[in-house]
Design a protein around this ligand. Structure first.
Ligand code: C5P
Length: 298
């Protein structure tokens, strides 16, 4: 696509899961120091950006997503304008498929993709470092969406390093239909992981080997804070394991649970099972960094 000639862009804004999420110390700024392995997956929102004179407007086909200045994509556009001193405007239209407030990073992904798309649409010359800095101010996991694929997240999640790409074709996302506040999830944590724990490293090394060791490595420290108040999440995990999942884990601060399956048949049965009890279920696969960057600009 010749970006220099366009006044309108369509972008894919992919969801993420966390293969692992270890929460360590609470920091003086109120955030927690963490170690996580992010993974892009094939569920995505579509974002249409069109140049418009002067102001930024945002609309979304899902009523739960705010259409005002609190929208993360709006805030991304505004911070880009401020940093480069531009008066350019844009219409941002979001077609939602990623469950809202589901631990899949939908809002953060929308913000990062808006930064990338508007940089192209407004023909800005802006460094990757400046974009990452803006992304980190918008939210802890926004910088991951400027990297994509499989990546290690440290600091409060905003320091992102690419690692070996995991390749996992059979993942089921199950959303029990409610959202969990990320701040509440962190606030309820009572046990923090010791900084010296090295459980994440073996995962990083074997991620490329078909995630066979996942059951032993996958863990999300936020489960202990979220599950007591939301027994549905534990119930979904139990059901998926009973239906043959190799492992199941809550993604981010929930409420979405993912299950990793060995083949399409067992996954399909589990998908039917959870849909029959009224939960939303999506079959997805991992997206490598290469595919991520090849498909963001549609
Ligand atoms: O950065 P983000 O806006 O996504 O974070 C939402 C909230 O989650 C923060 O205000 C904080 O309470 C909590 N959080 C945390 N430690 C992190 C990331 C988020 O305590 N590493």
């Amino acid at each position: 696509m010749n970006l220099a000639m366009t006044s309108c862009l369509r972008l894919r804004s992919y969801a993420k899961i966390n293969w692992t999420l270890e929460v360590m110390d609470r920091r003086p700024d109120g955030y927690h120091e963490l170690r996580t392995i992010y993974q892009s997956v094939s569920l995505y929102d579509t974002i249409r950006l069109s140049a418009s004179p002067g102001k930024i407007e945002v609309s979304c086909d899902d009523a739960r997503v705010p259409g005002d200045e609190s929208n993360l994509a709006y805030r991304a556009a505004n911070s880009l304008r401020e940093v480069v001193g531009s008066r350019a405007g844009a219409l941002i239209e979001i077609q939602k498929r990623i469950p809202v407030g589901g631990g899949l990073g939908g809002g953060s992904s929308n913000a990062a993709v808006t930064l990338l798309g508007l940089s192209a649409l407004w023909k800005l010359e802006i460094s990757n470092e400046a974009l990452s800095e803006m992304a980190a101010k918008l939210g802890s996991d926004v910088p991951f969406f400027l990297v994509g694929g499989t990546a290690l997240g440290t600091g409060r999640g905003e320091i992102v390093s690419p690692i070996e790409q995991a390749d996992c074709p059979f993942i089921l996302l199950v959303n029990p239909g409610f959202s969990v506040s990320t701040a509440d999830a962190y606030g309820k944590l009572s046990r923090l992981t010791r900084r010296a724990s090295t459980s994440i490293m073996p995962f990083a090394l074997m991620a490329a080997n078909g995630v066979r060791g996942l059951p032993h490595q996958a863990r999300n420290d936020l489960e202990q804070a979220v599950l007591p108040a939301h027994p549905e999440i534990a119930e979904v995990k139990r059901r998926l394991l009973g239906m043959g999942a190799r492992t199941t884990l809550m993604s981010g601060s929930g409420a979405t649970v993912f299950g990793v399956f060995d083949n399409c048949e067992t996954l399909s049965k589990a998908l039917e099972d959870v849909r029959a009890i009224g939960y939303r279920a999506d079959q997805v696969r991992t997206i490598s960094r290469l595919e991520y960057w090849d498909s963001i600009f549609e």
